[in-house]
Design a protein around this ligand. Sequence first.
Ligand SMILES: [Zn+2]
Length: 252
Amino acid sequence: MFDTHTHLCHRSFRADREQTFERAREAGVNLMLEISWDLRSSEETVRFAEEHEGVWVAAGYHPHDAKDAPGNYLQRLEALAKHPKVKAIGEIGLDYYRDLSPRDVQKRVFAEQIELAGELKLPMVIHCRNAMDEVLPIVEEHGYWRGVFHSAAADKEQADKIVQMGFYLGINGTITYNGKRAKSWIPLIPRERLLIETDCPYLTPVPHRGERNEPGYVRYVAEAVADVLETSVEEIAELTESNGRNLFDIEA
Ligand SMILES: [Zn+2]
């Protein structure tokens, strides 16, 4: 299985990162995309990936951290992104739910990183919370439409639009809560555009809700998707792994 959104470099894994990684392996997770949120975490995730087979990296500035991006952050990201383990720019986007950076700064840093991804021809991992009406026009305007909308909290109309533009959708543990809304549109998404992810340590799926999330739990997401699509977990695991390899250009 391919967990396309992990944060094993988050401080909550500091004490047991290796054990968590091993548990994921035992649970059948052979691929992970480790997602960064600023320059320091981008360096950390690259180091972690260098030391672990099957771990790949998205480097970039999260909207929460956009306000702290130094003046030369784009040049530094660009240099980092040349590392063979870096397969995406992310996570980038807008978060108008927590508003941890001023909105104009979020928009500028998002737009600049879309341009960077386009120049480097890397897919983007897009984070969008309570801001879909603003994210879609920014992406449209910049004309570079490759990547995944992770934690896809879209309604059916938005999901349609995202897919039409050529993006993938990342499904995570929230589908196991009360995913009625997601469940209604997942069957309408072309199967070759579906990815699964944990977003660990956040968004822990049932039956572990309330605990820290970890990559091994991506199986519960696969089960929930299989349930909605009335197919087997094995098929979803295989499908989403192959989709992830295609998007992030990872050879089998
Ligand atoms: Zn994330």
